[in-house]
Design a binder for this molecule. Structure first.
Ligand code: NAD
Length: 256
């Protein structure tokens, strides 16, 4: 098993990429702290873990320092160490749009959850990881940290750019102390919400024209990359912009 006895915190574990990663981490033998605002979501995640997995829910708002500190303390009290910090929780509100239309409140909300949330996860996670000799930090950015879109989500895009550059700096600062930090940049993942948005064939065609593989990612395909970055198999991968996007950022023109 690739994560045997590793202790991992997954934020945003009640849905999507966080849930799929929890399922894969459990299959690979990790002990899990599953953190989210949404208790019912995490309960459903726990029901899908391989039998015998040691997993606990912790209620957290990743934008609140005291709650993130308590989440890390909980991992340490419960399991005695921390090996993997997967800062995954993120939001994408509808009201986040063009720079000229996005309100200050929406900007603050998105930056607080998506960027400050990752900062706090690193701020409290790293000292605990150092006590047990290091570990792996995986911060979720996005392909939009690397490319612009004409249908903008300005705060979301800025938050993900921040995650990317912050992760690089953390990777450099702590490399000699046994901590690796990488920014995961997923392409669009097939979720019920996105499926609904793309149910109309014109909207689907407009989106698919940018994806060389001609389809969205499955959550498990992103989770497989997270397992690699969490495990010792990626022992020389540090400070990477780890793109899992079906070739979107490589494309100039895609096949018909
Ligand atoms: P999702 O909405 O399915 O799940 C996000 C989870 O985070 C939810 O369970 C939610 O309750 C939780 N959450 C939200 N705000 C929180 C907070 N303040 N504190 C704690 N938990 C909170 O999202 P997803 O699609 O699985 O996305 C996960 C990450 O991947 C996000 O950072 C997102 O930006 C990023 N991402 C997603 C895609 C995609 O297409 N789905 C693409 C690129 C990047």
């Amino acid at each position: 098993m690739r994560l045997k006895d590793k202790v991992a915190i997954i934020t945003g574990a009640g849905s999507g990429i966080g849930r799929q990663s929890a399922i894969r981490f459990a299959e690979e033998g990790a002990k899990l702290i599953l953190a989210d605002l949404n208790k019912n979501g995490v309960r459903e995640t726990i029901e899908q873990l391989v039998a015998g997995t040691e997993a606990e829910f912790v209620a957290v708002d990743v934008s609140k320092a005291a709650e993130v500190r308590a989440m890390v303390e909980h991992a340490e009290t419960r399991f005695g160490r921390l090996d993997v910090m997967f800062n995954n929780a993120g939001i994408m509100p509808d009201a986040d749009s063009s720079v000229i239309h996005t309100s200050e409140d929406v900007w603050d909300l998105v930056i607080n959850v998506n960027l400050k949330g990752v900062f706090l996860g690193c701020q409290y996670g790293i000292p605990t990881m150092l006590k047990s000799g290091g570990g792996s930090i995986i911060n979720v950015a996005s392909f939009v940290a690397l490319m612009g879109a004409a249908t903008p989500q300005i705060a979301y895009t800025a938050s993900k750019g921040g995650v990317l550059s912050m992760t690089r700096e953390i990777a450099v600062e702590f490399a000699r102390q046994g901590i690796r930090a990488n920014a995961l940049c997923p392409g669009p993942v097939r979720t019920p919400l996105l499926e609904e948005l793309l149910s109309e064939s014109k909207a689907r065609a407009r989106r698919m024209v940018h994806i060389p593989m001609g389809r969205l990612a499955e959550g498990q395909e992103i989770a497989n990359a997270v397992v690699f970055l969490a495990s010792d198999e990626s022992s020389y991968v540090n400070g990477a912009t780890f793109v899992v996007d079906g070739g979107i950022t490589a494309a100039y023109v895609t096949p018909e």
